[in-house]
Design a protein around this ligand. Sequence first.
Ligand SMILES: *[C@@H]1O[C@H](CO)[C@@H](O)[C@H](O)[C@H]1NC(C)=O
Ligand SMILES: *[C@@H]1O[C@H](CO)[C@@H](O)[C@H](O)[C@H]1NC(C)=O
Ligand SMILES: *[C@@H]1O[C@H](CO)[C@@H](O)[C@H](O)[C@H]1NC(C)=O
Ligand SMILES: *[C@@H]1O[C@H](CO)[C@@H](O)[C@H](O)[C@H]1NC(C)=O
Length: 480
Amino acid sequence: MSHHLVRLFLLLSSVAIDASSALHSDPFTAGVGLNIDCGGTSNFTSEFGRPWVADGYYSGGAVGLVAEPHHFRLPQERTLRLFPPVSAGKKNCYSVPLPPGRYYLRTFTVYDNYDSKLRTPSFDVSFEGTLVFTWRSPWPEAAARSGAYADFIAAVPDGDADLCFCSIATDPPVIASVEVAAIHPLAYGAASTGVDLILVNYGRLTAGSSLFGPGFTNDSDAFSRVWQPDAYFRRRDVPVKALSTGGHQILGANQAPNYFPVKLYETAVTTVNSADALVYLLPPVDTHLDYMVWFHFAEIDSGVTMAGQRVFDVLIGGENATRIDIYKEVGGFIAFKWHYIVENLTSTPLVVKLVPVVGKPIICGLENYARCALGSCHVMAMQALKESLQIPDRMGWHGDPCAPSTWDSWEGVTCHHSDNGQNLVVTQLDLSSNQLTGSIPDSLGSSNLKVILLNNNQLDGQVPEKLYSIGVHGGIIEVK
Ligand SMILES: *[C@@H]1O[C@H](CO)[C@@H](O)[C@H](O)[C@H]1NC(C)=O
Ligand SMILES: *[C@@H]1O[C@H](CO)[C@@H](O)[C@H](O)[C@H]1NC(C)=O
Ligand SMILES: *[C@@H]1O[C@H](CO)[C@@H](O)[C@H](O)[C@H]1NC(C)=O
Ligand SMILES: *[C@@H]1O[C@H](CO)[C@@H](O)[C@H](O)[C@H]1NC(C)=O
């Protein structure tokens, strides 16, 4: 028992030192970032001046190479790290030490038949214990062959970013690169919603331009965001025209806290026929989540010289969300952004419509983020319990305790939807008669547990006082 306490203490004190040194410089201002070439053996600088480091920060797995390296233009896309099922628990993670702050994280996931089995794996990716990406076999053809980038924005509260890969089938999770860049702590509405929401990218589009962003072009973006062309998400039967500023300067972009790049506002798309609405179908979404949709506009047509000449309504999921008159808001050649939270979505995909009122609608860019509440409270409490009680490997306590039950699940752990219905939380714990030793950590008391059965083990130490509140609230607790 005592050596656990000592280890825990050392862990806490080293975190405290990291945190105090980080307080002196905000990671965004300091330009903290790291690009990991998973499976790669050497450091290199890309053709766009981006530094990449050889594979590291993983705690298990093996190295692989895509089947057709010539098919991949960027070196970091060719080498892989895979996590065979024998890897357990923390071994399925990348744990990157980072000063506490908010970060943009991008992964590149690719299969390309590296194992000659013609079978894409099924796995989940979690960040700090919250599910962010789900990869299910069979992958879409394009992703299986060419791979897919996926990104999200999240806070790293504790000085360690844990990106974990949990297999739900026999084929090992596979990852080709992990990119991390610090962002402004108040970016994307955090001043009103707090920093705890994870924003998972479901589309970050530039209208009238081709793909751009650090790592892919020489264009800069303060957060390393990559912007993809809108055409794929736009309804094809509406004829559109691409516009560009033609060198005219755009003001009001690249400002705190979001630092949207100037280039985003230098191009736009508008309709050809004045009666047409511009329609975007954003990728399939989970109706249980809330979405944050950002709209980017700039009046870049020098023919529009006063308010009232271009007016359109924004319909989101069929509801009229706002009326936009860019010139009235900011004038010409100035970035104008607006965002909206979509709650209680009833159908997928999310449909965004720009309906003309006067003139033709125009748009420069669109972003859609799923807002995931940081579900890590239960995960951290359970990790602490796992350490304290020396839970044996046979009980399968790996990854997220509330992951789908088809996983090699956490024996003795039962999850239910939380009161707000948004995430799964641990509600029951039956660890009776498991020859467990150690003590019960305090953190367990702040969880959603309603039933705890720990009898018939060799536990020592005190039962944390907080745990008794479970009994007080009508729950069940059996320890001795
Ligand atoms: C890559 O660079 C990092 C520092 O950024 C260094 O610690 C590491 O040793 C280098 N690795 C190789 C393989 O050169
Ligand atoms: C990107 O910019 C760097 C530095 O200015 C330059 O050396 C490089 O050639 C550019 N790459 C491309 C592909 O334009
Ligand atoms: C849509 O909503 C805006 C304000 O939110 C309003 O000004 C406009 O008239 C509405 N459009 C329609 C067609 O009702
Ligand atoms: C969404 O549903 C919740 C719970 O049913 C409700 O409290 C909330 O007001 C709804 N939000 C909107 C925008 O309708």
